[in-house]
Ligand binder design. Structure first.
Ligand SMILES: Cc1cc2nc3c(=O)[nH]c(=O)nc-3n(C[C@H](O)[C@H](O)[C@H](O)COP(=O)(O)OP(=O)(O)OC[C@H]3O[C@@H](n4cnc5c(N)ncnc54)[C@H](O)[C@@H]3O)c2cc1C
Ligand code: SF4
Length: 630
């Protein structure tokens, strides 16, 4: 607030909080429509537990399609103007910081590097890298004998990828060569020093690299959201509103179409009726009062930890080992990606905080290569830790503290950082269970999640190879000192989809095998995870689930189950959020399945040739070819 020293009062008047039912979501974006409120004793069509990445998109679609829908969210409805700060320490509130018990041989770290809480969920703090999965991700078991297969193929999800890429929207190069090659409607972002180091290192080693995206950050204004201003606080929420999160992309449209969001309300259990269908949920409201919300359909979208936790906490007669868990699979096959960060110190100024950390990447090592002694692969991406995160990484990688840490921190502006994203396979013993200690309860008295995580042989060999390759690229870029921190990112799985009710929890639309009017719509339904960041796929699947529900409406609402048939591709313009269409035309339509299969073998051979190429070979940098909205 600015003070006039003479008048001794604020020049622009005191900052008044928003009026009831208005929300500031950025400097120029306001949800000014009054939110609908259903009475607690009123049965609604759908309750969605968690308004995050998956839940936020689904809420918007169902509201637009005329469902009476309530989203119940454990965290706050952020007012970005008032609640958010462009500051690392001040942004810890964006994370799910409640107690979780972690164990196994490679315990995962929770809190600040994990799931989100509050409307928008993890899409509020994500870096917004948005690559698609490759076609091979859907047939991992068929191709390698390890992991699992999806009950759908890449070609089933492709129309949904194209749709959600418009809705976020995703900025990227005109040609992205890996997986099913495709291009982006919005042009790529310009590069800064960190992306330049990845491009330099890859180019010197003959590795193809994409620059300027794909990222869900505006390279041009879009509807009522502005162009990115390149100040680097993306993981702190992006106060500007240029980065896509469901809070700014889908929630406003959901509210305008009659959805209700109850924030700061923690769902304690999903309730089962005598007829074997769910009847709604019980939650603790803002004042910790227990409230029951009846619904004809319940969709759990709470993240790969909280979704299995809620199902396990909802055990009841008939489902003693957890709701919808006749298979015993709920909680099992949890996955994290290897997320080692490699840091390199350069003689020149880098300044990692300049621009979004998500900018450049290579997927050259994504596919299984028979010449390596592990299956599947990894991606390498730019990351740009801010000062606190960087200090923690230095401590982990170099063991420095005290004066040694201060000395290293003086060189912060000379560091660049790459993150590898390695595909860890789904293993039965990597799982979520309920903690059993009498102390292991949250503030509502609910047992917290206990997570057990250990690497298996394939994972360890893959990570060792990926780490070495990432370090090689950093050295090749001209670093004079390279170190790395081992870490994990992006939890998915633990309630996986499949065709067989004995080995999976839900079908490909997220519908529970056991209970026809219970769905799951978040990353927990992934059978495998590839080496692509999961957010785009979570949101694409959310549109697919919504399409299914809209097509099957009375079948599922009347608790008769669905027909199991795939809905038509979701390109229906009337259900996308306001402001999406009429801007930009895709430059490339991608490839047909037949074309992909023909090219796939050729690409693999090509990739291997590049991997073994000599040091002096110059490779393509994919984008940028100009910036700005398309
Ligand atoms: C630092 C960081 C950077 C990342 N960067 C990327 C990236 O660049 N690209 C990418 O694709 N992914 C990225 N991710 C991962 C991404 O954020 C998640 O994969 C994604 O948001 C998960 O979506 P979801 O729908 O499964 O769950 P969430 O988005 O986490 O939504 C779950 C919501 O449910 C709520 N909830 C849970 N339990 C309950 C309950 N019992 N009652 C009521 N509400 C409940 C939670 O509060 C939360 O809001 C990043 C993650 C981190 C930590
Ligand atoms: S760099 Fe761009 S996307 Fe990131 S916080 Fe700033 S405006 Fe938002």
């Amino acid at each position: 607030m600015t003070f006039d020293p003479l008048l001794k009062k604020p020049l622009f008047g005191a900052f008044k909080g928003p009026k009831t039912d208005t929300h500031m979501l950025g400097p120029i974006q306001t949800v000014d429509a009054p939110m609908r409120h259903y009475a607690p004793n009123e049965e609604v069509d759908v309750v969605i537990v968690g308004v995050g990445s998956g839940g936020g998109v689904l809420l918007q679609r169902l509201a637009r399609a005329g469902f009476r829908v309530v989203g119940i969210e454990a965290g706050p409805f952020w007012d970005t103007e008032r609640d958010w700060v462009s500051d690392e320490a001040g942004s810890e509130q964006l994370y799910w910081n409640n107690l979780r018990i972690t164990g196994g041989e490679n315990p995962l770290v929770f809190g600040e590097n994990n799931s989100g809480q509050g409307v928008g969920g993890g899409s509020v703090h994500w870096a917004a890298f948005t690559p698609r999965f490759h076609p091979s991700d859907f047939t991992v078991h068929r191709d390698t004998g390890l992991g699992a297969d999806w009950p759908i193929s890449y070609w089933d999800i492709k129309p949904y990828y194209e749709q959600i890429e418009r809705e976020m929207p995703v900025s990227g190069p005109p040609y992205f060569p890996w997986g099913d090659p495709h291009g982006y409607i919005y042009g790529p972002h310009p590069t800064s020093a960190v992306p330049n180091t990845l491009v330099d290192g890859c180019t010197r080693l003959g590795i193809r690299v994409s620059s300027g995206g794909p990222v869900a950050i505006n390279a041009g204004s879009h509807a009522d959201r502005p162009h990115c201003i390149y100040r680097g606080f993306c993981i702190q929420g992006c106060k500007v509103g240029a980065k896509a999160s469901t809070l700014v992309t889908h929630v406003p449209d959901a509210i305008r179409h009659g959805a209700e969001i109850r924030d700061r309300c923690m769902v304690a259990r999903v309730n089962l009726g005598k007829d074997g269908n769910v009847t709604g949920v019980t939650y603790f409201d803002k004042d910790k009062r227990e409230v029951e919300q009846k619904a004809r359909l319940v969709i759990v979208a709470g993240y790969a930890i909280e979704t299995p936790r809620l199902l396990l906490n909802s055990a009841c007669p008939g489902f003693e080992q957890g709701l919808a868990n006749s298979s015993g699979i709920v909680g099992k096959y949890l996955m994290a990606q290897a997320g080692n960060v490699v840091m390199g110190r350069f003689p020149d100024l880098i300044r990692m905080y300049k621009g979004p950390p998500a900018n450049s990447l290579t997927e050259e090592f994504y596919e299984t290569d028979p010449s390596r002694d592990f299956v599947r692969g990894f991606a390498i991406q730019t990351v740009g830790p801010l000062a606190i995160g960087f200090a923690k990484q230095l401590m982990a990688s170099k063991g420095v503290w005290g004066w040694g840490m201060r000395r290293e921190m003086m060189d912060y502006n000379h560091y660049s950082a790459f993150g590898l994203l390695g595909e860890i396979l789904p293993w039965e013993d990597n799982r979520v269970t309920l903690a059993e200690g009498s102390e292991d309860k949250d503030s509502y008295g609910l047992p917290v999640a206990k997570i057990t995580f250990s690497l298996h042989d394939n994972d360890k060999t893959l990570i060792a190879f990926a780490r070495k390759k990432t370090e090689e690229i950093m050295w090749a870029a001209g670093a004079e000192d390279v170190s790395q921190e081992a870490r994990y990112a992006h939890l998915v799985g633990a309630a996986r989809m499949g065709n067989d009710p004995r080995t999976s929890v839900v079908d490909s639309f997220g519908q529970s095998h056991d209970i026809p009017n219970l769905f799951i719509c978040d990353g927990s339904i992934f059978p495998t995870q590839g080496s692509a960041n999961p957010g785009l796929t979570i949101q694409a699947l959310a549109i697919r689930t919504a399409d299914y529900l809209i097509t099957q409406r009375e079948n599922v609402l009347a608790r008769r189950g669905g027909s199991g048939e795939a809905p038509p591709p979701s390109l229906s313009k009337e259900l996308e959020p306001w402001g999406v269409s009429g801007r930009g035309v895709p430059r490339l339509g991608g490839m047909s399945k037949k074309g992909y299969e023909k090219d796939h073998q050729h690409n693999l051979e090509d990739e291997r040739a590049h991997q073994h190429a000599g040091d002096d070979m110059r490779m393509d940098v994919v984008g940028p070819v100009g910036t700005g909205g398309g």
